[in-house]
Design a protein around this ligand. Sequence first.
Ligand code: HSE
Length: 300
Amino acid sequence: NYIKAFAPATVANVSCGFDIFGFAIEEPGDVVEIWRRDEPGIIIKDIFGDEGRLPRNPEKNAVTGVMIHLLKHLGITNFGCEVALHKNMPLGSGMGSSAASAVAGVVAMNELLDCPLARTELLPFAMEGERIASGSAHADNVGPALLGGFVIIRSYSPLDVFSIPVPKDLYCTLVHPDIEINTKDARYILRDEVSLKNTISQMGNVAGLVAGLMKEDYDLISRSMVDVIIEPVRSILIPEFNKVKQAALDHGALGCSISGSGPSMFALSRGIENAKKVGEVMKRTFSEAGIESSTHVSLI
Ligand code: HSE
């Protein structure tokens, strides 16, 4: 009658793969607790770590919103539970904060119901959590938060999502500057149209990054971590973006870009020592401009 579930932070887009690439990191992550109760209806008992900012209305909150969708799908009408959410990452951080909550929520509910759905079948429900939180049901955070590892969304309609192997020595450095960007705004500023020239560059890099990861070819990974479509537009929202990116590359990162819709930035490196060094230099570069930041280093 009680379930506790954890879902990790994620890096979406991974430079060239807007809305189609994402990977999970080890920590931080959100935790959802759920208790069965006799009376029907979902109640939000507590939310910790959001400074009172997330909606307390169960329909509007991503965690309970996905639970409601799941119950509706299963045709369960008189179910009652209380839910607590522990947010362990900042809102609007680009670390897949809403995705971690939605995934932990849907996994916890499925467990409490004795697992009527398989893990992969929970994905569309977790995506609804993203729609509640940001107005767009992208799967590049919820996919890896649910399935783990490096995930590709080959198609949204029909949904076709799978994981690929990555080199065993590949580390992510995630740096979160103390500013906030909400995903809805960061999507709104994107152009609808892309030139043929940029499409060709981006397709080359997408193909190169997938091949580089699967072949454990670090040089190819590095050459392919280039985004000519989204990064040039969104990077203007992140103070010191170019300096921080250059500092990471100068100190051995294979590549560096915006994590999800920002403001967090991520870098990939070969080996944990390199990843740590890259984190220090990225943090220092932000700090020289008067911006505080926090750093996480994690195996992918
Ligand atoms: N692909 C999404 C975006 C991820 O970049 O808007 C948001 O975290």
